[in-house]
Design a protein around this ligand. Sequence first.
Ligand SMILES: Cc1cc2nc3c(=O)[nH]c(=O)nc-3n(C[C@H](O)[C@H](O)[C@H](O)COP(=O)(O)OP(=O)(O)OC[C@H]3O[C@@H](n4cnc5c(N)ncnc54)[C@H](O)[C@@H]3O)c2cc1C
Length: 401
Amino acid sequence: MDVKEGDVLNYDIVVVGGGPAGSTAARFAAKEGADVLVLEKRQEIGSPVRCAEGVSLSWLEELEIDNIDSSTSRTMKGAILYSPAGNKLKITERLAGDEVGVVLERDRFDKDMARLAVKEGADFMVKTSAVGLIKEDGVVKGVEARYLGKKFEVRADLVIGADGFESQVGRWAGIYDSLKPKDIMTCFQYRLTGVNMDPDFTHFYMGSSAPGGYVWAFPKDENTANVGLGLQFSRLKGEKTPKDYLDEFIENHDDYKDGEAVDMVAGAVAVTHPPEKAIAPGIILVGDASRVVDSMTGGGIVNSLKQGKIAGEFAAEAVREGKFDEEFLQKYEKRWRDELENKLWRNYMAKETAMQLDDITFDKIIDALSNIELETVTIGAILEGVKKKYPELVEEFQNMI
Ligand SMILES: Cc1cc2nc3c(=O)[nH]c(=O)nc-3n(C[C@H](O)[C@H](O)[C@H](O)COP(=O)(O)OP(=O)(O)OC[C@H]3O[C@@H](n4cnc5c(N)ncnc54)[C@H](O)[C@@H]3O)c2cc1C
């Protein structure tokens, strides 16, 4: 689509952001008959990749997707957790069930999600930034946008803010405050080739290698992995950067130290509690923009997709009813919270405690778990397992068992 300076485009819904949340919201809104335009500020959907690319497959059926083979680089058999002293816990497919997943080709995955939306009739514009809201008598009526230096308007009754971690739509609408430094996970990652870990498992390293977070290694092929870390922003002290922490980790691990970096990524995720609000009159937020990343793992793709579907179906309903006021938008709040909020809160609370654990405690936890037969991998089952050997460690988590 081409536009000229001053053009006015008319749609039912404008989606700001063409990531998994935005494309999925657009897909389901278009499927239900709404006229939808997605604006993506980058020149290519999904690129450059800022992700470790790990995802479970538990959501496919819900999202009405048969498989994601075309955007998968490797299927995992399970995960291995390592304590600072090197104690290991192997979580196999049998234990993890639906939560075992794949390592994606994230750029292809995001394009696939966009393709599904286009198939349902959604329009997309890349290299197009939303730069502000259009308001009439205090009511949102779309967004101002810029494409190749040309300013134009997209008039729509509903704006879906799917613009990620740094969401401007959320700020323009006055929906939320700044994040606390303790709730920001700052990340750094290399794609290392020439590495030597087990390529059928994702690998997680706990403890002070990544204070308040963890190091991950997600295999892309037999000898290549995304090796990165996320650490609590408030723990960054002095001159030591996330890159310094990762370099130190790699240097001290034989599986990785001979690897060569072919790619480098820096980014951040919000590991915070669910927002008080994800709506304002004429606006709904979805995905990272509404802070639905799982606080324990830092993973946000699955929740973005699930919430995207709810947002899209709701948006089409709002268009059919012609209602965009806050009272009507409460239905969206209720629907996504019913599906996601309990687990988000539970994992946020667990993260708040887990971030305080020292290396010796991580050693004990992994030691306790590696010596028993876990039936499933839930926070409750893990705590029960630890309680058997180190009851004093689970006192703070009693209410989660
Ligand atoms: C280093 C790192 C590793 C991660 N690893 C994992 C992982 O392994 N597994 C997992 O599940 N999650 C992971 N995440 C989190 C995951 O990437 C996000 O949760 C997910 O991308 C959220 O999708 P989204 O559609 O909400 O936002 P995004 O994917 O961020 O998409 C938002 C889009 O909006 C666009 N945009 C922003 N502003 C505007 C504007 N004004 N106008 C137009 N477009 C705009 C952006 O360009 C972007 O394309 C990781 C994050 C980071 C930083």
